[in-house]
Write a protein that binds this ligand. Structure first.
Ligand code: PEP
Ligand code: MG
Length: 592
Protein backbone atom coordinates (compact mmCIF):
# COMPACT_ATOMS: atom_id res chain seq x y z
CA UNK A 1 0.00 0.00 0.00
CA UNK A 2 1.30 3.43 -0.94
CA UNK A 3 1.88 5.80 1.99
CA UNK A 4 2.88 9.50 1.84
CA UNK A 5 4.80 11.08 4.69
CA UNK A 6 5.30 14.83 4.95
CA UNK A 7 8.43 16.43 6.34
CA UNK A 8 10.70 19.42 5.68
CA UNK A 9 12.34 19.85 2.30
CA UNK A 10 16.03 20.36 2.90
CA UNK A 11 17.80 19.34 -0.28
CA UNK A 12 16.18 19.51 -3.66
CA UNK A 13 15.55 16.90 -6.32
CA UNK A 14 13.89 13.52 -6.60
CA UNK A 15 15.42 10.23 -5.47
CA UNK A 16 13.87 6.86 -6.15
CA UNK A 17 15.36 3.78 -4.56
CA UNK A 18 15.24 0.94 -2.08
CA UNK A 19 15.23 1.80 1.61
CA UNK A 20 18.26 1.23 3.78
CA UNK A 21 17.05 1.60 7.32
CA UNK A 22 19.55 2.79 9.89
CA UNK A 23 18.06 1.75 13.15
CA UNK A 24 18.44 4.26 15.88
CA UNK A 25 18.25 2.76 19.28
CA UNK A 26 20.21 2.50 22.45
CA UNK A 27 22.48 0.29 20.36
CA UNK A 28 24.67 3.00 18.95
CA UNK A 29 26.84 1.39 16.29
CA UNK A 30 28.94 2.47 13.34
CA UNK A 31 27.35 2.19 9.91
CA UNK A 32 29.57 1.75 6.89
CA UNK A 33 29.92 -0.36 3.80
CA UNK A 34 32.58 -3.03 3.58
CA UNK A 35 34.39 -4.13 0.44
CA UNK A 36 33.29 -7.47 -1.13
CA UNK A 37 36.61 -9.08 -0.15
CA UNK A 38 35.87 -8.28 3.52
CA UNK A 39 32.59 -10.23 3.63
CA UNK A 40 34.20 -13.40 5.02
CA UNK A 41 36.08 -11.64 7.80
CA UNK A 42 32.96 -9.67 8.74
CA UNK A 43 30.91 -12.90 8.92
CA UNK A 44 33.73 -14.36 10.99
CA UNK A 45 33.53 -11.48 13.47
CA UNK A 46 29.83 -12.12 14.02
CA UNK A 47 30.40 -15.87 14.37
CA UNK A 48 33.21 -15.42 16.88
CA UNK A 49 31.20 -12.94 18.94
CA UNK A 50 28.13 -15.20 18.88
CA UNK A 51 30.19 -18.21 20.00
CA UNK A 52 31.74 -16.19 22.80
CA UNK A 53 28.28 -15.06 23.97
CA UNK A 54 27.03 -18.66 23.82
CA UNK A 55 29.93 -19.74 26.05
CA UNK A 56 29.26 -16.87 28.43
CA UNK A 57 25.56 -17.81 28.66
CA UNK A 58 26.37 -21.51 29.15
CA UNK A 59 28.77 -20.61 31.94
CA UNK A 60 26.11 -18.46 33.57
CA UNK A 61 23.55 -21.23 33.25
CA UNK A 62 25.91 -23.72 34.86
CA UNK A 63 26.64 -21.43 37.78
CA UNK A 64 22.93 -20.62 38.23
CA UNK A 65 22.04 -24.32 38.35
CA UNK A 66 24.49 -24.78 41.24
CA UNK A 67 22.90 -22.04 43.29
CA UNK A 68 20.37 -22.84 45.97
CA UNK A 69 16.74 -21.98 45.26
CA UNK A 70 16.79 -18.83 47.41
CA UNK A 71 20.04 -17.54 45.94
CA UNK A 72 18.70 -16.95 42.43
CA UNK A 73 15.22 -16.36 41.15
CA UNK A 74 13.99 -19.54 39.55
CA UNK A 75 13.11 -17.66 36.32
CA UNK A 76 16.78 -16.91 35.74
CA UNK A 77 17.67 -20.31 34.37
CA UNK A 78 14.66 -20.19 32.05
CA UNK A 79 15.63 -16.75 30.86
CA UNK A 80 19.17 -17.85 30.04
CA UNK A 81 17.64 -20.73 28.14
CA UNK A 82 15.56 -18.31 26.06
CA UNK A 83 18.62 -16.16 25.38
CA UNK A 84 20.59 -19.17 24.21
CA UNK A 85 17.73 -20.13 21.90
CA UNK A 86 17.46 -16.63 20.47
CA UNK A 87 21.20 -16.58 19.94
CA UNK A 88 20.97 -19.64 17.71
CA UNK A 89 17.81 -18.42 15.99
CA UNK A 90 18.00 -18.82 12.22
CA UNK A 91 16.02 -15.68 11.45
CA UNK A 92 18.73 -13.71 13.23
CA UNK A 93 21.78 -15.42 11.77
CA UNK A 94 20.41 -15.77 8.23
CA UNK A 95 19.27 -12.15 8.22
CA UNK A 96 22.62 -10.89 9.45
CA UNK A 97 24.30 -12.94 6.75
CA UNK A 98 22.01 -11.38 4.14
CA UNK A 99 22.85 -7.78 5.14
CA UNK A 100 26.57 -8.52 5.10
CA UNK A 101 26.74 -10.61 1.93
CA UNK A 102 24.09 -8.94 -0.19
CA UNK A 103 24.25 -5.38 1.05
CA UNK A 104 27.87 -5.14 2.24
CA UNK A 105 26.88 -3.69 5.63
CA UNK A 106 29.50 -3.83 8.37
CA UNK A 107 28.75 -6.53 10.97
CA UNK A 108 27.34 -4.20 13.64
CA UNK A 109 25.02 -2.52 11.16
CA UNK A 110 23.88 -5.92 9.86
CA UNK A 111 23.06 -7.03 13.40
CA UNK A 112 21.03 -3.96 14.29
CA UNK A 113 19.24 -4.09 10.91
CA UNK A 114 18.20 -7.68 11.47
CA UNK A 115 17.26 -6.92 15.05
CA UNK A 116 14.86 -4.32 13.66
CA UNK A 117 13.34 -6.80 11.19
CA UNK A 118 12.82 -9.53 13.80
CA UNK A 119 11.67 -7.07 16.47
CA UNK A 120 8.89 -5.90 14.17
CA UNK A 121 7.79 -9.49 13.70
CA UNK A 122 7.62 -9.85 17.48
CA UNK A 123 5.60 -6.62 17.70
CA UNK A 124 3.00 -8.06 15.37
CA UNK A 125 2.52 -11.28 17.33
CA UNK A 126 -0.83 -11.96 18.99
CA UNK A 127 0.65 -13.87 21.89
CA UNK A 128 1.69 -11.50 24.66
CA UNK A 129 4.39 -13.83 25.98
CA UNK A 130 6.03 -13.99 22.56
CA UNK A 131 5.64 -10.23 22.04
CA UNK A 132 7.60 -9.65 25.20
CA UNK A 133 10.52 -11.71 23.92
CA UNK A 134 11.53 -8.67 21.89
CA UNK A 135 13.35 -7.26 24.91
CA UNK A 136 15.26 -10.53 25.27
CA UNK A 137 16.28 -10.39 21.64
CA UNK A 138 17.56 -6.86 22.13
CA UNK A 139 19.62 -8.01 25.10
CA UNK A 140 21.10 -10.87 23.12
CA UNK A 141 22.07 -8.58 20.24
CA UNK A 142 23.51 -6.13 22.72
CA UNK A 143 25.69 -8.90 24.16
CA UNK A 144 26.96 -9.82 20.70
CA UNK A 145 27.73 -6.19 19.92
CA UNK A 146 29.58 -5.81 23.19
CA UNK A 147 31.70 -8.83 22.31
CA UNK A 148 32.43 -7.33 18.92
CA UNK A 149 33.70 -4.07 20.35
CA UNK A 150 37.40 -3.93 19.79
CA UNK A 151 37.26 -6.32 16.86
CA UNK A 152 35.96 -3.70 14.46
CA UNK A 153 37.52 -3.83 11.04
CA UNK A 154 39.48 -0.80 9.88
CA UNK A 155 37.23 1.62 8.09
CA UNK A 156 37.53 1.37 4.36
CA UNK A 157 39.14 4.57 3.18
CA UNK A 158 37.90 4.30 -0.39
CA UNK A 159 34.25 4.79 -1.28
CA UNK A 160 32.13 1.63 -1.38
CA UNK A 161 30.95 0.21 -4.69
CA UNK A 162 28.61 2.63 -6.45
CA UNK A 163 25.80 0.13 -6.28
CA UNK A 164 25.27 -2.80 -4.03
CA UNK A 165 23.30 -5.84 -5.09
CA UNK A 166 19.81 -6.10 -3.66
CA UNK A 167 18.71 -9.42 -2.31
CA UNK A 168 15.58 -10.79 -3.87
CA UNK A 169 16.19 -9.06 -7.17
CA UNK A 170 16.71 -11.27 -10.11
CA UNK A 171 20.38 -11.05 -10.87
CA UNK A 172 19.67 -12.29 -14.37
CA UNK A 173 17.97 -8.93 -14.99
CA UNK A 174 21.23 -7.23 -14.09
CA UNK A 175 19.02 -5.11 -11.82
CA UNK A 176 20.46 -3.06 -9.06
CA UNK A 177 18.55 -0.17 -7.61
CA UNK A 178 19.80 3.04 -6.03
CA UNK A 179 19.65 3.08 -2.24
CA UNK A 180 18.01 5.69 -0.05
CA UNK A 181 18.79 6.10 3.61
CA UNK A 182 16.01 6.22 6.22
CA UNK A 183 16.84 6.93 9.85
CA UNK A 184 15.25 8.24 13.00
CA UNK A 185 18.13 10.63 13.48
CA UNK A 186 21.58 11.03 12.06
CA UNK A 187 24.27 13.06 13.68
CA UNK A 188 26.24 15.48 11.51
CA UNK A 189 29.19 13.11 12.05
CA UNK A 190 27.15 10.16 10.66
CA UNK A 191 26.35 12.29 7.66
CA UNK A 192 30.00 12.91 6.99
CA UNK A 193 30.53 9.13 7.19
CA UNK A 194 27.86 8.68 4.54
CA UNK A 195 29.12 11.52 2.43
CA UNK A 196 31.16 9.37 0.09
CA UNK A 197 28.66 6.56 0.00
CA UNK A 198 26.12 5.27 -2.41
CA UNK A 199 22.94 6.87 -1.16
CA UNK A 200 20.74 8.64 -3.65
CA UNK A 201 18.71 10.43 -0.97
CA UNK A 202 17.86 10.39 2.71
CA UNK A 203 15.08 10.89 5.20
CA UNK A 204 15.13 11.41 8.96
CA UNK A 205 12.30 11.52 11.48
CA UNK A 206 13.76 14.50 13.33
CA UNK A 207 15.65 17.67 12.51
CA UNK A 208 15.00 21.18 11.28
CA UNK A 209 15.86 22.80 7.95
CA UNK A 210 19.12 24.32 9.20
CA UNK A 211 20.11 21.52 11.56
CA UNK A 212 23.69 20.49 10.80
CA UNK A 213 22.46 17.14 9.55
CA UNK A 214 20.37 18.95 6.92
CA UNK A 215 23.29 21.22 6.08
CA UNK A 216 25.58 18.27 5.38
CA UNK A 217 22.82 16.68 3.29
CA UNK A 218 22.69 19.81 1.18
CA UNK A 219 26.44 19.63 0.73
CA UNK A 220 26.03 16.08 -0.58
CA UNK A 221 23.64 17.43 -3.16
CA UNK A 222 21.16 14.59 -2.80
CA UNK A 223 17.41 14.95 -2.24
CA UNK A 224 16.59 14.94 1.45
CA UNK A 225 13.64 15.31 3.78
CA UNK A 226 14.02 15.78 7.54
CA UNK A 227 11.40 16.07 10.30
CA UNK A 228 9.40 13.23 8.69
CA UNK A 229 8.43 12.13 12.22
CA UNK A 230 7.44 8.47 11.79
CA UNK A 231 9.21 7.62 8.54
CA UNK A 232 11.65 5.20 10.13
CA UNK A 233 8.76 3.30 11.71
CA UNK A 234 6.68 3.08 8.54
CA UNK A 235 9.42 2.24 6.08
CA UNK A 236 10.91 -1.25 6.08
CA UNK A 237 14.27 -2.44 4.83
CA UNK A 238 14.18 -2.78 1.04
CA UNK A 239 10.86 -0.92 0.53
CA UNK A 240 10.70 1.17 -2.62
CA UNK A 241 10.75 4.83 -1.62
CA UNK A 242 10.46 8.13 -3.50
CA UNK A 243 12.01 11.16 -1.84
CA UNK A 244 10.72 14.44 -3.18
CA UNK A 245 13.25 16.89 -1.79
CA UNK A 246 11.48 19.86 -3.40
CA UNK A 247 8.12 19.26 -1.73
CA UNK A 248 9.39 17.55 1.44
CA UNK A 249 7.37 14.40 0.75
CA UNK A 250 8.33 10.76 1.10
CA UNK A 251 6.28 8.16 -0.77
CA UNK A 252 6.60 4.58 0.39
CA UNK A 253 5.75 1.63 -1.84
CA UNK A 254 4.54 3.78 -4.78
CA UNK A 255 2.20 2.46 -7.46
CA UNK A 256 3.59 2.12 -11.02
CA UNK A 257 1.76 5.31 -12.11
CA UNK A 258 3.31 7.35 -9.29
CA UNK A 259 6.72 5.86 -10.02
CA UNK A 260 6.44 6.82 -13.68
CA UNK A 261 5.41 10.38 -12.80
CA UNK A 262 8.33 10.87 -10.43
CA UNK A 263 10.70 9.25 -12.91
CA UNK A 264 9.68 11.95 -15.37
CA UNK A 265 10.19 14.73 -12.77
CA UNK A 266 13.60 13.29 -11.95
CA UNK A 267 14.70 13.48 -15.60
CA UNK A 268 13.44 17.08 -15.84
CA UNK A 269 15.59 17.94 -12.83
CA UNK A 270 18.63 16.36 -14.42
CA UNK A 271 18.14 18.40 -17.59
CA UNK A 272 17.89 21.59 -15.53
CA UNK A 273 21.15 20.75 -13.76
CA UNK A 274 22.91 20.15 -17.03
CA UNK A 275 21.72 23.54 -18.23
CA UNK A 276 23.01 25.24 -15.06
CA UNK A 277 26.33 23.46 -15.33
CA UNK A 278 27.14 25.56 -18.40
CA UNK A 279 27.24 28.66 -16.16
CA UNK A 280 30.14 27.46 -14.07
CA UNK A 281 32.84 29.47 -15.86
CA UNK A 282 30.70 32.60 -16.28
CA UNK A 283 31.74 35.40 -13.91
CA UNK A 284 28.97 36.29 -11.46
CA UNK A 285 28.21 39.85 -12.56
CA UNK A 286 24.83 41.56 -12.25
CA UNK A 287 23.13 43.30 -15.18
CA UNK A 288 24.46 46.63 -13.88
CA UNK A 289 28.03 45.35 -13.72
CA UNK A 290 28.41 44.56 -9.99
CA UNK A 291 30.84 41.70 -9.41
CA UNK A 292 29.49 39.24 -6.89
CA UNK A 293 31.74 36.89 -4.97
CA UNK A 294 30.33 33.36 -4.73
CA UNK A 295 32.19 31.30 -2.14
CA UNK A 296 31.84 27.73 -0.90
CA UNK A 297 31.00 26.28 2.52
CA UNK A 298 32.93 23.08 3.17
CA UNK A 299 33.15 20.51 5.97
CA UNK A 300 36.26 18.56 4.98
CA UNK A 301 39.43 19.51 3.09
CA UNK A 302 38.44 17.09 0.32
CA UNK A 303 35.32 19.21 -0.34
CA UNK A 304 37.62 21.84 -1.87
CA UNK A 305 37.55 19.85 -5.12
CA UNK A 306 33.75 20.20 -5.40
CA UNK A 307 34.08 23.91 -4.63
CA UNK A 308 36.58 24.47 -7.44
CA UNK A 309 34.51 22.36 -9.82
CA UNK A 310 31.38 24.41 -9.13
CA UNK A 311 33.27 27.62 -9.91
CA UNK A 312 33.58 28.94 -6.32
CA UNK A 313 35.95 31.89 -5.90
CA UNK A 314 37.20 30.64 -2.57
CA UNK A 315 35.97 29.03 0.64
CA UNK A 316 33.83 31.36 2.72
CA UNK A 317 33.35 28.88 5.56
CA UNK A 318 35.36 25.78 6.41
CA UNK A 319 33.49 24.23 9.36
CA UNK A 320 36.63 22.92 11.06
CA UNK A 321 34.68 21.11 13.80
CA UNK A 322 33.96 18.27 11.38
CA UNK A 323 37.62 17.27 11.75
CA UNK A 324 36.86 16.70 15.43
CA UNK A 325 33.62 14.75 15.07
CA UNK A 326 32.77 11.12 14.32
CA UNK A 327 36.30 9.98 15.07
CA UNK A 328 35.25 6.89 17.02
CA UNK A 329 33.51 5.51 13.95
CA UNK A 330 36.75 6.09 12.05
CA UNK A 331 38.62 4.22 14.81
CA UNK A 332 40.60 7.30 15.75
CA UNK A 333 41.10 7.40 19.45
CA UNK A 334 42.07 11.00 20.01
CA UNK A 335 41.11 14.46 18.81
CA UNK A 336 43.23 15.89 16.00
CA UNK A 337 46.44 17.49 17.27
CA UNK A 338 48.15 20.54 15.81
CA UNK A 339 50.01 18.56 13.14
CA UNK A 340 46.94 16.65 11.95
CA UNK A 341 44.93 19.86 11.78
CA UNK A 342 47.72 21.71 10.00
CA UNK A 343 47.84 19.01 7.34
CA UNK A 344 44.05 19.14 6.89
CA UNK A 345 43.97 22.95 6.60
CA UNK A 346 46.94 22.87 4.25
CA UNK A 347 45.12 20.33 2.03
CA UNK A 348 42.13 22.68 1.86
CA UNK A 349 44.37 25.67 1.08
CA UNK A 350 46.24 23.80 -1.63
CA UNK A 351 42.99 22.33 -2.96
CA UNK A 352 41.68 25.85 -3.56
CA UNK A 353 44.61 26.63 -5.86
CA UNK A 354 45.45 30.12 -4.66
CA UNK A 355 41.89 31.20 -3.85
CA UNK A 356 41.21 32.29 -0.25
CA UNK A 357 40.09 29.79 2.39
CA UNK A 358 38.18 31.01 5.43
CA UNK A 359 38.78 28.60 8.29
CA UNK A 360 36.35 28.92 11.16
CA UNK A 361 37.67 27.86 14.54
CA UNK A 362 35.91 24.91 16.10
CA UNK A 363 32.16 25.33 16.60
CA UNK A 364 31.45 22.30 18.75
CA UNK A 365 28.36 21.97 20.96
CA UNK A 366 24.59 22.25 20.37
CA UNK A 367 23.75 19.69 17.66
CA UNK A 368 27.43 18.93 16.96
CA UNK A 369 28.71 16.90 19.91
CA UNK A 370 32.23 15.61 20.23
CA UNK A 371 32.53 11.81 20.31
CA UNK A 372 31.02 10.09 23.28
CA UNK A 373 29.25 13.21 24.45
CA UNK A 374 25.58 13.94 24.00
CA UNK A 375 25.16 17.57 24.97
CA UNK A 376 21.45 17.39 24.24
CA UNK A 377 21.04 15.24 27.30
CA UNK A 378 24.05 16.44 29.20
CA UNK A 379 23.07 20.12 29.28
CA UNK A 380 19.72 21.76 29.67
CA UNK A 381 20.10 24.08 26.70
CA UNK A 382 23.04 23.07 24.54
CA UNK A 383 22.38 25.74 21.90
CA UNK A 384 22.70 28.37 24.63
CA UNK A 385 25.56 26.63 26.37
CA UNK A 386 29.25 26.03 26.00
CA UNK A 387 29.57 26.08 22.22
CA UNK A 388 31.82 27.61 19.57
CA UNK A 389 34.19 30.34 20.87
CA UNK A 390 32.90 29.79 24.41
CA UNK A 391 34.13 26.21 24.24
CA UNK A 392 37.46 27.24 22.68
CA UNK A 393 38.11 29.82 25.38
CA UNK A 394 37.41 27.20 28.02
CA UNK A 395 39.95 24.81 26.42
CA UNK A 396 43.05 27.02 26.01
CA UNK A 397 45.43 24.24 24.97
CA UNK A 398 43.07 23.01 22.23
CA UNK A 399 42.35 26.54 21.04
CA UNK A 400 46.04 27.43 20.83
CA UNK A 401 46.81 24.22 18.95
CA UNK A 402 44.09 25.04 16.42
CA UNK A 403 45.27 28.62 15.99
CA UNK A 404 48.87 27.49 15.48
CA UNK A 405 47.71 24.95 12.89
CA UNK A 406 45.71 27.60 10.99
CA UNK A 407 48.54 30.14 11.09
CA UNK A 408 50.96 27.51 9.77
CA UNK A 409 48.57 26.59 6.95
CA UNK A 410 48.34 30.28 6.07
CA UNK A 411 51.96 30.08 4.90
CA UNK A 412 50.71 27.98 1.95
CA UNK A 413 48.06 30.31 0.53
CA UNK A 414 45.55 33.02 1.44
CA UNK A 415 43.73 32.20 4.67
CA UNK A 416 41.05 34.04 6.62
CA UNK A 417 40.56 33.17 10.26
CA UNK A 418 36.92 33.28 11.33
CA UNK A 419 35.66 33.20 14.92
CA UNK A 420 32.15 31.84 15.62
CA UNK A 421 29.49 33.04 18.01
CA UNK A 422 31.20 36.04 19.57
CA UNK A 423 28.93 38.27 21.62
CA UNK A 424 31.06 40.04 24.22
CA UNK A 425 33.90 42.53 23.97
CA UNK A 426 35.73 40.41 26.55
CA UNK A 427 35.54 37.37 24.24
CA UNK A 428 37.01 39.44 21.41
CA UNK A 429 39.84 40.63 23.65
CA UNK A 430 40.63 37.12 24.86
CA UNK A 431 40.54 35.74 21.32
CA UNK A 432 42.99 38.38 20.10
CA UNK A 433 45.34 37.55 22.97
CA UNK A 434 45.20 33.86 22.02
CA UNK A 435 45.98 34.63 18.38
CA UNK A 436 49.01 36.73 19.41
CA UNK A 437 50.13 33.98 21.76
CA UNK A 438 49.82 31.30 19.06
CA UNK A 439 51.89 33.44 16.71
CA UNK A 440 54.52 34.03 19.40
CA UNK A 441 54.72 30.30 20.16
CA UNK A 442 55.29 29.49 16.49
CA UNK A 443 57.99 32.14 16.30
CA UNK A 444 59.70 30.76 19.38
CA UNK A 445 59.64 27.32 17.80
CA UNK A 446 61.04 28.64 14.55
CA UNK A 447 57.91 27.62 12.59
CA UNK A 448 56.61 29.70 9.70
CA UNK A 449 53.25 31.39 10.12
CA UNK A 450 51.40 33.14 7.30
CA UNK A 451 49.32 36.32 7.45
CA UNK A 452 45.58 35.99 8.04
CA UNK A 453 42.62 38.33 7.65
CA UNK A 454 40.58 38.18 10.80
CA UNK A 455 36.81 37.77 10.69
CA UNK A 456 33.97 37.56 13.20
CA UNK A 457 30.76 35.68 12.68
CA UNK A 458 27.69 37.74 13.40
CA UNK A 459 25.24 35.10 14.54
CA UNK A 460 24.02 36.29 17.90
CA UNK A 461 21.63 39.29 18.02
CA UNK A 462 23.89 40.88 20.66
CA UNK A 463 26.70 41.00 18.09
CA UNK A 464 24.47 42.40 15.35
CA UNK A 465 23.38 45.13 17.76
CA UNK A 466 26.89 46.12 18.82
CA UNK A 467 28.71 46.09 15.50
CA UNK A 468 31.07 48.96 16.30
CA UNK A 469 32.94 46.76 18.80
CA UNK A 470 33.43 44.13 16.11
CA UNK A 471 34.32 46.49 13.30
CA UNK A 472 37.08 47.99 15.45
CA UNK A 473 38.93 44.68 15.71
CA UNK A 474 38.07 42.60 12.65
CA UNK A 475 38.86 42.86 8.95
CA UNK A 476 35.56 41.35 7.90
CA UNK A 477 32.22 40.06 9.16
CA UNK A 478 30.44 36.89 8.14
CA UNK A 479 26.74 36.71 8.93
CA UNK A 480 25.71 33.27 10.19
CA UNK A 481 22.01 33.50 9.48
CA UNK A 482 21.29 29.97 10.70
CA UNK A 483 22.14 30.87 14.26
CA UNK A 484 21.09 34.49 13.94
CA UNK A 485 17.55 33.30 13.15
CA UNK A 486 17.67 30.67 15.91
CA UNK A 487 18.77 33.15 18.56
CA UNK A 488 16.62 36.08 17.39
CA UNK A 489 13.42 34.03 17.31
CA UNK A 490 14.28 31.66 20.18
CA UNK A 491 13.73 28.63 17.94
CA UNK A 492 16.01 25.60 18.25
CA UNK A 493 17.07 25.12 14.64
CA UNK A 494 17.32 21.34 15.08
CA UNK A 495 13.87 20.89 16.59
CA UNK A 496 11.24 19.93 14.02
CA UNK A 497 8.38 20.64 16.42
CA UNK A 498 9.04 24.39 16.15
CA UNK A 499 10.35 24.35 12.58
CA UNK A 500 7.24 26.19 11.35
CA UNK A 501 8.32 29.20 13.45
CA UNK A 502 11.88 29.26 12.11
CA UNK A 503 11.48 32.14 9.69
CA UNK A 504 14.33 33.73 7.76
CA UNK A 505 12.01 36.50 6.55
CA UNK A 506 10.93 37.65 10.02
CA UNK A 507 11.31 41.48 10.07
CA UNK A 508 13.63 41.31 13.11
CA UNK A 509 16.00 38.94 11.33
CA UNK A 510 16.05 40.95 8.11
CA UNK A 511 16.70 44.19 9.98
CA UNK A 512 19.69 42.69 11.79
CA UNK A 513 21.07 41.35 8.50
CA UNK A 514 20.48 44.67 6.68
CA UNK A 515 22.10 46.66 9.46
CA UNK A 516 25.17 44.44 9.56
CA UNK A 517 25.72 44.70 5.80
CA UNK A 518 25.22 48.48 5.82
CA UNK A 519 27.54 49.13 8.80
CA UNK A 520 30.36 46.97 7.45
CA UNK A 521 30.12 48.64 4.05
CA UNK A 522 30.06 52.11 5.60
CA UNK A 523 33.38 51.40 7.31
CA UNK A 524 34.87 49.74 4.22
CA UNK A 525 35.04 46.30 5.86
CA UNK A 526 34.28 43.05 4.07
CA UNK A 527 30.95 41.39 4.79
CA UNK A 528 29.45 38.15 3.59
CA UNK A 529 26.58 35.82 4.48
CA UNK A 530 27.56 32.21 5.09
CA UNK A 531 24.31 30.84 6.59
CA UNK A 532 21.84 28.87 4.50
CA UNK A 533 20.15 32.13 3.47
CA UNK A 534 23.09 32.79 1.12
CA UNK A 535 22.28 29.69 -0.92
CA UNK A 536 18.52 30.20 -0.95
CA UNK A 537 17.53 31.87 -4.23
CA UNK A 538 14.44 33.34 -2.61
CA UNK A 539 16.79 35.75 -0.83
CA UNK A 540 19.39 36.45 -3.53
CA UNK A 541 17.73 39.60 -4.87
CA UNK A 542 16.98 40.93 -1.42
CA UNK A 543 20.58 40.48 -0.26
CA UNK A 544 21.90 42.06 -3.47
CA UNK A 545 19.53 45.00 -2.93
CA UNK A 546 20.82 45.39 0.64
CA UNK A 547 24.36 45.74 -0.72
CA UNK A 548 25.72 42.24 -0.13
CA UNK A 549 28.46 41.38 -2.60
CA UNK A 550 29.81 38.16 -1.07
CA UNK A 551 27.77 34.97 -0.61
CA UNK A 552 29.03 31.69 0.82
CA UNK A 553 27.09 28.45 0.34
CA UNK A 554 27.43 24.78 -0.46
CA UNK A 555 29.03 24.17 -3.83
CA UNK A 556 25.82 22.51 -5.01
CA UNK A 557 23.94 25.81 -4.64
CA UNK A 558 26.43 28.10 -6.39
CA UNK A 559 25.13 27.77 -9.93
CA UNK A 560 21.49 28.35 -9.02
CA UNK A 561 22.45 31.50 -7.13
CA UNK A 562 24.71 32.58 -9.97
CA UNK A 563 21.80 32.32 -12.40
CA UNK A 564 19.80 34.66 -10.16
CA UNK A 565 22.75 37.10 -9.91
CA UNK A 566 23.12 37.21 -13.70
CA UNK A 567 19.46 38.21 -14.03
CA UNK A 568 19.51 40.90 -11.33
CA UNK A 569 20.08 44.64 -11.46
CA UNK A 570 21.56 45.34 -8.02
CA UNK A 571 21.11 49.14 -8.24
CA UNK A 572 17.44 48.88 -9.06
CA UNK A 573 16.86 46.40 -6.23
CA UNK A 574 18.02 48.78 -3.49
CA UNK A 575 14.73 50.66 -2.94
CA UNK A 576 12.65 47.51 -3.07
CA UNK A 577 15.00 45.80 -0.58
CA UNK A 578 14.60 48.71 1.84
CA UNK A 579 10.81 48.41 1.55
CA UNK A 580 10.99 44.69 2.27
CA UNK A 581 13.09 45.22 5.38
CA UNK A 582 10.84 48.05 6.63
CA UNK A 583 7.67 46.06 6.00
CA UNK A 584 5.69 44.35 8.76
CA UNK A 585 5.28 41.35 6.50
CA UNK A 586 8.44 40.94 4.41
CA UNK A 587 7.45 37.37 3.52
CA UNK A 588 4.57 38.73 1.44
CA UNK A 589 6.83 41.05 -0.60
CA UNK A 590 9.30 38.21 -1.08
CA UNK A 591 6.50 36.00 -2.39
CA UNK A 592 7.12 33.39 0.30
C1 PEP B 1 25.31 29.94 10.75
O1 PEP B 1 25.00 29.87 11.95
O2 PEP B 1 24.62 30.54 9.91
C2 PEP B 1 26.53 29.27 10.27
C3 PEP B 1 26.93 29.45 9.03
O3 PEP B 1 27.19 28.44 11.12
P1 PEP B 1 26.65 26.98 11.50
O4 PEP B 1 25.49 26.68 10.57
O5 PEP B 1 27.76 26.02 11.32
O6 PEP B 1 26.23 27.14 12.90
MG1 MG C 1 26.47 29.22 13.36
Amino acid sequence: MTISIHGLNVARGIAIGRAVLVVSSRLDVAHYFIQPQEVESELGRVRAARDAVAEELERLRASVSQLKRDEAPHELAGLLEVHLMLLQDEALSEGVRHWIVDRLYNAEWALTSQLEVVARQFDEMEDEYLRERKADLEQVVERILRQMKGTAAELVPSPPPRKTPIAGDDEADGFDAPLVLIAHDLSPADMVQFKKSVFAGFVTDVGGRTSHTAIVARSMDIPAVVGARVASQLVRQDDWVIIDGDAGVVIVDPSPIILAEYGFKQRQGELERERLWRLRHRPAVTLDGERIELLANIEMPEDAAAAVKAGAQGVGLFRSEFLFMGREARHLTRLPDEQEQYEAYRRAVEGMQGMPVTIRTIDIGADKPLDGKAPRQEYLNPALGLRAIRWSLSEPAMFLAQLRAILRAAAHGPVNLLIPMLAHASEIRQTLVFIDKARAELKARGDTAGPVRLGAMIEVPAAALSLSIFLKHFDFLSIGTNDLIQYTLAIDRADESVAHLYDASHPAVLRLVAQTIAEARRLGKGVSVCGEMAGDVQFTRLLLGLGLRSFSMHPSQILTVKQEVLRADAGKLADWARQVVDSDDPGELLGR
